[in-house]
Write a protein that binds this ligand. Structure first.
Ligand SMILES: CC(C)(COP(=O)(O)OP(=O)(O)OC[C@H]1O[C@@H](n2cnc3c(N)ncnc32)[C@H](O)[C@@H]1OP(=O)(O)O)[C@@H](O)C(=O)NCCC(=O)NCCS
Length: 180
């Protein structure tokens, strides 16, 4: 798997702006921090970018007419946690986010369907994700797209922030799955 095999697409926002969806490039990494709001994930994003070079993680960004990153979706094809992604039949979607001004206008659904189509073309049969229990809007959106809840997840995980300090994230979640 290489970058050339990854799909690109355009989405036209209801007001007419063209948004381009393409694989993440190294120069996009600062844009994922959203003017500082996500600076604490700097190291994590770098690690995922490095992993994307090997092909086990795929990352798409949505870029607006001013070349600003306004959306992102990460896909794990193969994980040490095989119940998430086994590299053959099941993948795991995470870090899916669109800037507020671009939400609720169809872009997220379009990116989700793009990722699902990409996986289907490669023989994957299931897509897993976690959605925060405190995020019923997103859960409802996934259900509309055919995902079903398969149980709770404590949502506890650790990461090293931009100052090398270990942080613990506690965000109880629902596990969801879709048959592609
Ligand atoms: C969830 C998200 C990626 C969807 O992208 P989008 O472009 O808004 O999606 P669409 O326009 O295709 O679909 C809109 C749906 O998202 C829901 N949505 C709108 N604002 C939202 C928000 N702030 N958070 C979560 N979901 C939201 C809407 O209720 C709508 O659901 P409906 O179809 O049941 O009415 C985007 O809203 C977002 O970035 N939300 C905040 C981060 C987040 O919740 N990420 C998902 C983590 S699992």
């Amino acid at each position: 798997m290489n970058h050339a095999a990854i799909r690109e697409a355009d989405y036209i926002m209801p007001a007419g702006e063209r948004v381009h969806i393409r694989p993440l490039e190294k120069d996009d990494l600062p844009g994922l921090e959203w003017d500082g709001e996500y600076a604490h994930f700097r190291k994590l994003y770098h690690q995922h970018y490095e992993n994307s070079l090997g092909g086990n993680t795929l990352i798409w960004v949505a870029v607006n007419a001013d070349a600003e990153v306004i959306g992102q979706v990460f896909l794990l094809l193969l994980s040490r946690q095989r119940e998430l992604a086994d590299g053959v039949f099941q993948a795991y979607l995470f870090s899916f986010r669109i800037k507020p001004a671009y939400r609720d206008q169809g872009l997220g659904g379009f990116m989700l369907e793009m990722v699902e189509g990409f996986l289907r073309d490669r023989g994957f049969r299931f897509l897993r994700l976690n959605v925060a229990r405190a995020n019923p809007l997103a859960r409802r959106m996934y259900e509309k797209h055919g995902y079903r809840m398969i149980g709770p997840d404590p949502g506890v995980w650790r990461y090293q922030d931009q100052n090398d300090e270990w942080q613990t994230c506690r965000e109880p979640a629902w596990k969801m799955i879709k048959k592609l």
